[in-house]
Ligand binder design. Structure first.
Ligand code: SF4
Length: 353
């Protein structure tokens, strides 16, 4: 399968008249000024020069802000630049992200004209009360309507949802995932809420009106959501905000994160937590007291099976006095495992014969 590279073009707060309480787009995108079509060209050229794999699929992604809310002339300018590369075969597709209330027939026709392939919608929650509380300025009905139109026009649909918004509970987040599944996205991103500097949420946090999730709480909810999407064949393309110089540990100088479930390997915590649960469930089914097991997985899963800083191996040892040996084999399909018991504890009666 061809490797895929994303060429990210960050469109800061441009065109977004909203002020979601958790958002400071400039911090998140690291971009402090309006971009121009020349910037788009420079970014694309830079990435094309540095991507060595010439056979790889390359996609220009306009992230951040609300792309279809930008001045139409600017949208056309940016898309025109990217589309030239598509025509020359240097990039294969274009993706944009936007708000559900900025989708209509004319918008979609314009995106079609420039061969945009994927449209990602910022959904955040399926609960209108939470959307209002976060100052989103749209309802979940807008998400339904926009999602249906996007699919009807033949685009690939993506959704972005958040975990840990003010007033949101784990049940709300599971319900959001359920509602999104009904709208048949091809892909989703899950973002646990981080408190970012110079946002309304920061003010609420400092006034003790908002308590962010802990890393453990956010990981537990994300595990459930990832497994729901996996079961429906919906690709989870991101869990947690991308680490940048600004989006980093709150204790690091220059970090824009004030508080919240930040972890440099957040997704790995979620994926390895899921593996831990699967391995434990399989061992429990054996109905014997196991001392040492070998788990064989596909090479691409090995790090998640072992866990961040060998967490899964350590946890099984501490909680169940169990040694976990992890092996890799290409013949095992990604996501699958083969479990072999290497040693058992003697049965009580055997021990006391
Ligand atoms: S709609 Fe998007 S860009 Fe605008 S304030 Fe909300 S999160 Fe930020």
């Amino acid at each position: 399968m061809k490797k895929q590279y994303i060429i990210p073009v960050f469109v800061p707060h441009l065109g977004c008249p909203n002020d979601c309480i958790f958002c400071n787009q400039r911090s998140i995108s690291g971009e402090q000024r309006m971009i121009t079509k020349e910037d788009v060209k420079v970014t694309i050229e830079f990435y094309l020069k540095n991507i060595r794999d010439k056979e790889a699929k390359k996609e220009v992604a306009f992230f951040g802000g609300s792309f279809t809310g930008i001045d139409e002339k600017k949208q056309e300018e940016f898309l025109q630049v990217a589309y030239e590369y598509v025509k020359q075969g240097k990039i294969q597709s274009i993706r944009i992200s936007t708000r559900p209330d900025y989708i209509n027939k004319n918008v979609l026709k314009r995106l079609k004209k420039y061969k945009v392939e994927t449209i990602e919608l910022g959904v955040q929650s399926a609960n209108d009360f939470i959307l209002k509380r976060c100052n989103r300025g749209h309802t979940f009905e807008d998400v339904r309507r926009a999602s249906k139109m996007i699919r009807w026009y033949g685009f690939k649909l993506g959704h972005q949802m958040m975990v840990g918004l003010p007033e949101s509970t784990r049940i709300d987040e599971i319900n959001t995932a359920r509602e999104l599944i009904k709208l048949k996205p091809k892909m989703v991103r899950i973002y646990p809420v981080l408190v970012i500097k110079n946002t309304k949420l920061e003010k609420e946090f400092l006034e003790k009106k908002y308590t962010p999730l802990t890393v453990v709480q956010a990981v537990e909810t994300c595990k459930e959501l990832v497994s729901m999407f996996n079961k429906k064949g919906i690709e989870v393309i991101r869990v947690g905000l991308q680490n940048t110089e600004e989006i980093t540990d709150p204790n690091v100088e220059g970090s824009e994160v004030v508080a919240g479930p930040y972890h440099p390997a957040f997704r790995q915590l979620v994926e390895s937590g899921l593996w831990y649960d699967v391995i434990l469930a399989k061992i429990k089914k054996l109905n014997v007291k196991v001392k040492k097991v070998q788990v064989t997985v596909n090479p691409q899963d090995i790090n998640n099976v072992i866990g961040h800083k060998k967490e899964n191996i350590k946890k099984l040892k501490e909680m169940y006095s169990l040694d976990l040996i992890v092996k890799q084999a290409e013949k095992i399909k990604p996501g699958k495992l083969e479990l072999t018991v290497l040693e058992k504890y003697p049965e009580f009666l055997e021990e006391h014969k």
